[in-house]
Ligand binder design. Structure first.
Ligand code: SAJ
Length: 414
């Protein structure tokens, strides 16, 4: 249920593991693009795996909810306004599965959800299907098995990484655990539903807090005239210190979203988690300001924005700090922008209509731009600073402004 970033790779993995897989998505255009092999953003080798599974009819695409024995929900759980989670896709999926359920079926929620959701969805099923209760006990198994894959390594991690599985009762935990053990090489850790839900949220919140520490250090170092990259490298020589890399902010569809599920549930006991979110958001605004300060010293600057993806090595633009920076430069500053993003062929809709930005190659950017802002540290940008002719200015994600090997204070940039 849901053939997106998680559902489709999972369908392919299951189809390759000997299961008969029925893939359903509410969006018919998604089904059409999968059928025709034109799905966007699927990591290699998942595209051929999906096409092969369809050809062998190990994966059958369905435009209505089919009857099955195991239902896996991999639908979005985005944020609404004021950082409240929108569970409507999970609720709709549960409502559409409920009429199909038969005793002994298993329903697994892979979507990231606030603590208590799996139990709530189990109750919802029973309300819709009171006939599936015998002697006060549900005949349906319901469990949470949060996805843990790292974009960029989806296939490896889908089968290789340990899974945490929590059912609404012991039977559900057993049924879901036994099922995942048939295709996951990593260990299966069994717990109950609320702990599994919390575990997923805590994993991403923990990473967000660590990234916030690195980002705060980069802004602090800037104030104190210390090179953050050197500092972090030196601090990490300590055997028990492991500071992450500062960047333009934390992007993607998970790290900037999931911590809010915890804040929403317990606002008074999530001060650190909320502050980390704010620090990472501030880093993006801070870097934008640094770019704006720099270009204010030029009469008609052409700015090369290097990278749009939310992190190195991927084409994914969701919640990307780079997109937000470019968008602000376009809309508020009316800048003349060249975007270099080797992982995409078209600009996203939010930028495509804008007359002020164009997607170009590195060579075109070097020829045309005067100011370069490194927004995503793709490998292909390694060493680009050294290729810039004299007089061109380079800004890194730590806000360090330099020309060639020389670093500038704001006063000297002009
Ligand atoms: N980032 C930094 N500095 C770093 C590492 C990352 O600024 O040292 C930034 C990235 O550039 C990016 C953001 O953080 O903008 C998030 O990237 P990421 O690689 O940390 O994480 P995601 O969002 O790609 O995937 C995370 C993973 N969670 C954890 O590692 C705990 C993945 O395992 C989850 O499955 C995924 O979220 C998810 O779907 O929840």
């Amino acid at each position: 249920m849901g053939l997106g970033y998680i559902g489709l790779p999972l369908a392919a993995v299951l189809a390759c593991s000997g299961y008969e897989v029925l893939g359903f998505d509410i969006k018919t255009d998604v089904l059409r693009s999968i059928e025709s092999g034109e799905m966007q953003g699927l990591e290699s080798p998942l595209g051929p795996m999906v096409s092969d599974a369809i050809r062998r009819r190990a994966l059958v695409l369905c435009d209505s909810v089919p009857h099955a024995e195991i239902y896996i929900l991999a639908v979005p759980t985005p944020l609404k306004k004021k950082h409240q989670v929108d569970l409507s896709c999970v609720e709709k999926a549960v409502d559409s599965v409920a009429p199909r359920l038969r005793p002994g079926n298993l329903v697994v929620i892979e979507s990231t959800v606030p603590v208590g959701t799996t139990e709530e969805m189990s109750r919802r099923i029973i309300e819709l299907r009171p006939d599936l209760v015998r002697e006060g006990k549900s005949l349906i198994f319901v469990a949470h098995c949060p996805e843990r894959v790292l974009p960029g390594r989806v296939l490896d991690e889908m089968v290789g990484v340990d899974r945490v599985i929590g059912g609404v009762d012991a039977g559900s935990t057993r049924a879901a655990g036994d099922f995942y053990a048939t295709f996951v090489r990593g260990s299966i850790h069994r717990t109950e539903a609320r702990t599994a839900e919390m575990c997923k949220l805590v994993e991403n919140a923990s990473r967000d807090v660590s990234i916030a520490f690195a980002n705060e250090l980069s802004m602090l170092c800037d104030r104190m005239g210390i090179d953050a990259t050197v500092l972090i490298h030196l601090a990490n020589q300590h055997p028990r210190v492991n500071i992450m890399d500062p960047g333009p902010g934390a992007g993607g569809h998970c790290i900037p979203v999931d911590p809010w599920f915890l804040v929403q549930s317990e606002p008074l006991e999530t001060r650190l988690i909320r502050t980390a979110r704010r620090v990472n958001e501030r880093k993006t605004a801070w870097l934008l300001k640094r770019i704006e300060e720099t270009i204010s010293h030029f009469e008609k600057p052409v700015i090369a924005c290097l990278g749009l993806a939310y992190k190195p090595g991927v084409s994914d633009l969701r919640e990307s700090p780079a997109v937000s920076i470019v968008n602000s430069l376009c809309s508020q500053n009316n800048c003349d922008i060249r975007i270099v993003e080797p992982h995409i062929t078209d600009l996203p809709p939010v930028l495509a209509g804008s007359a002020c930005c164009r997607l170009v190659t590195v060579e075109e950017a070097i020829a045309e731009a005067s100011v370069f802002a490194l927004l995503t540290r793709h490998d292909s940008f390694e060493g680009i600073q050294a290729r810039l002719p004299d007089g061109k200015v380079f800004i890194d994600p730590n806000g360090v402004v330099s020309s060639g090997s020389r670093k500038f204070s704001m006063e000297v940039v002009s």
